[in-house]
Design a protein around this ligand. Structure first.
Ligand code: GLU
Length: 282
């Protein structure tokens, strides 16, 4: 298979028009390339993901006329893959425990990056003895990527975005990202990079709100020995009420709400700005 893309929603709410845009673009492109679109449920956040949202996602996408090969990869079933990647990063000295509470970190007035406050590396210089003592005492912590050490190991990196051309990786946009959280054994950045690699994804098509994340994903690919897909970050549908991206909290653009209003899949495709209504079974 030469072309493998994926649609990777998180079951933390109902799909809305913004998701429809991503899913329809992925599916149309897979069809045009004679390839395949996989569906992946990014359900690692134990506090926010719900099984009923996961079921609703499958139902909404089927109603839209999309299909995908089985099995659907559910991230919550693959912690062993993320543990193995974490161990590989740790062996290379690229992981450190961070004991900072959110409030302590924010009180230090960190720099604000494209995704919010960028961790200032406060816990990075802790000695091994200090780390071990705090871990042994059961102090709350997450695990972070030492992005500078990873960059030193990987050297200069590039990736191709179909809309913006060759991008030089700038992992410092997001800095020492979390690899495993306090409550979850993996993070979005780690699991998405591992999965794209393990599933042989050749093209990642997703919203441009994730553009900066790709800089970190490229670095993780390099230090985990994973292939780099081609990327396509498409424009988002802007919420006229807020001027920002559509939110799962505002149900008015939820696909199931629009369906209840009597709209058809072709209307959704038009409203999602793709104009590409998939043909059932196609
Ligand atoms: N799970 C992410 C989301 O729902 C998308 C991840 C990706 O496409 O890389 O926002």
């Amino acid at each position: 298979m030469h072309f493998i893309t994926r649609f990777a929603p998180s079951p933390t709410g109902y799909l809305h028009l913004g998701h429809a845009r991503s899913a329809l673009l992925c599916a149309a492109r897979a069809t045009a390339e004679g390839g395949v679109m996989l569906l992946r449920l990014e359900d690692i956040d134990r506090t926010r993901c719900r099984p009923d949202y996961a079921e609703a996602i499958l139902e909404d996408l089927t109603w839209l006329g999309l299909n995908w090969p089985q099995p659907v990869r559910r991230q919550s079933e693959h912690q062993a893959d993320y543990d193995a990647a974490l161990a590989r990063l740790a062996q290379q000295g690229l992981v450190y425990p961070c004991f900072c509470s959110r409030s302590a970190f924010h009180a230090r007035l960190p720099a604000i990056g494209p995704d919010g406050p960028v961790y200032d590396g406060f816990c990075r210089p802790l000695s091994l003895a200090e780390r071990e003592a705090r871990l042994a005492a059961g102090h709350d912590h997450c695990l972070r990527l030492d992005h500078k050490a990873a960059m030193a190991l990987a050297g200069p990196l590039e990736w191709l975005d179909e809309r913006t051309g060759t991008e030089f990786a700038r992992p410092e946009f997001l800095g020492d990202v979390v690899l495993a959280g306090r409550e979850n054994g993996t993070s979005y950045h780690l699991s998405v990079t591992v999965d794209d690699g393990l599933q042989g994804i050749t093209h990642v098509i997703r919203g441009e709100d994730l553009f900066h994340a790709t800089h970190i994903h490229r670095l993780l690919q390099a230090v985990l020995g994973l292939a780099t897909p081609v990327y396509h970050h498409h424009p988002l549908i802007i919420d006229p009420a807020t001027g920002g991206k559509l939110s799962k909290r505002d149900g008015s653009t939820a696909l199931r709400h629009l369906r209840e209003q009597g709209l058809a899949p072709a209307d959704i495709a038009r409203m999602a700005g793709t104009g590409m209504a998939p043909t059932p079974g196609g």
